[in-house]
Design a binder for this molecule. Structure first.
Ligand code: PLP
Length: 390
């Protein structure tokens, strides 16, 4: 087909999509009617809690919500975010200037480089990671500098090895703890180091905390903003997607440094028109939810984590014990590449995981399993994997 229509370089130069072969194999297996256990999807399998759905039903009836929303988010939504932050992290936020609604946190992460990154500026991006950080950087004309996350360092980047030349050109750093895909949390010492570096080199810190409420063994993750000086250098991105099983609703928020929030808001007012107000109103109900409900969700994921973690270890696999998130990051057995092992599991066990190299080169040698399937299916998966690796 030759229409004379040509893609822009920024699309042509996107990194190659690595999962085409696996997607095709999955589609074929499903066509054959194979009984697949799909642990490749980072999307909660449980529904949005009923009281949030009920709040949405009431909100959608209100004509005032049928009009354009306010760009920054309803004041009442931003107040609910500030209440939630104070309750959960003891961090005080000004709803007016330090909170911004987002159409899912992906939207804010995808847009923020446009506000601050000039062509040629460096953005420090973890690897392996959620791909949006580096792609948003590229869309803004920036240059990603990858910081490898390796097991020997607890999957925290080594800031001391960043070259001076890179730090001199760096405008922004993306971080994500609790971390997808490696399932670890970060401690206060690390965040202090980040703040110190950001101060010295004038780097804006963008911390993605999408998984802050999915944690295990009672080890509650920190907010970056809890650490002294964080508000001077950065913002935190949050999402209702994972915390309240609301991935389809598309709502999140950015909080923190008011100049950074203002800059992101400037981009957004020129691109989108905010979040449907009925969703914002239902989200107020979500954010005010009693923590008991979230404890129940955590217990569900923790029971699943234990089954898969113990199960895979019992098969002799090396697995990172998840502190948080609903992912499990495992080494592929000797002799396999990440993709080779994913293909092997799909063919021999009908089990689907995500090859680690898809999150960046340092993810090679790993596979990610999502704990978004019920316990009996996880037990079945362990059994089938056991037969496939025997
Ligand atoms: C799921 C996820 C998000 C959240 O995306 P939404 O757009 O809020 O649904 C953000 N960051 C990471 C690392 C994620 O895995």
């Amino acid at each position: 087909m030759s229409t004379g229509i040509e893609l822009a370089d920024r699309v042509k130069n996107l990194p190659p999509y690595l999962f085409a072969r696996i997607d095709q194999m999955k589609a074929e297996a499903l066509r054959r009617g194979a009984d697949l256990i799909d642990m490749s999807i980072g999307d909660p399998d449980m529904p949005t809690p009923a009281h949030i759905v009920e709040a949405m039903k009431r909100a959608v009836e209100k004509p005032e919500h049928h009009r354009y929303p306010s760009y920054a988010g309803m004041y009442s939504f931003r107040e609910a975010v500030a209440r939630w932050y104070e309750r959960r992290f003891s961090v005080k936020l000004d709803p007016e200037s330090e909170v911004l609604s987002l159409i899912g946190s992906k939207e804010g992460i995808g847009h923020i480089p446009l506000a601050f990154v000039n062509p040629g500026d460096v953005v420090l991006c973890p690897s392996p990671a959620y791909p949006v950080y580096s792609i948003a950087t590229l869309f803004a004309g920036g240059e990603p500098h990858y910081m490898p996350l390796t097991e020997d360092r607890g999957f925290l980047p080594d800031l001391t090895t960043l070259p001076e030349e890179v730090l001199g050109r760096a405008k922004m750093i993306f971080l994500n703890y609790p971390n997808n895909p490696t399932s670890v949390s970060a401690g206060e010492d690390f965040f202090r180091e980040v703040i110190d570096m950001a101060r010295r080199h004038g780097i804006i810190v963008c911390h993605d905390a999408a998984y802050s409420e999915i944690y295990f063994d009672g080890k509650r993750p920190l907010s970056f903003l809890q650490v002294e000086g964080a508000m001077d250098v950065g913002v935190e991105f949050h999402s209702l997607s994972k915390t309240y099983n609301m991935t389809g609703w598309r709502i999140g928020f950015a909080v923190g440094n008011r100049e950074v929030i203002h800059g992101l808001g400037r981009i957004k007012t020129n691109i989108d028109s905010g979040v449907f107000q009925a969703i914002q109103e239902a989200s107020i109900t979500a954010l005010d939810t009693d923590d008991g409900l979230l404890s129940g969700m955590r217990a569900t994921y923790q029971a699943r984590r234990d089954i898969l973690y113990e199960g895979l270890r019992g098969l002799g696999m090396e697995v990172v014990k998840p502190e948080a998130t609903f992912y499990l990051w495992a080494k592929v057995p000797g002799g396999f590449t990440s993709e080779g092992f994913a293909v092997h599991l799909l063919e021999k066990a009908g089990v689907l995981g995500t090859p680690g190299n898809g999150f960046g080169d340092p993810g090679e040698g790993y596979i990610r399993f999502a704990l978004t399937v019920p316990e009996e299916r996880l037990r079945e998966a362990v059994e089938r994997i056991g037969e496939a690796v025997r």
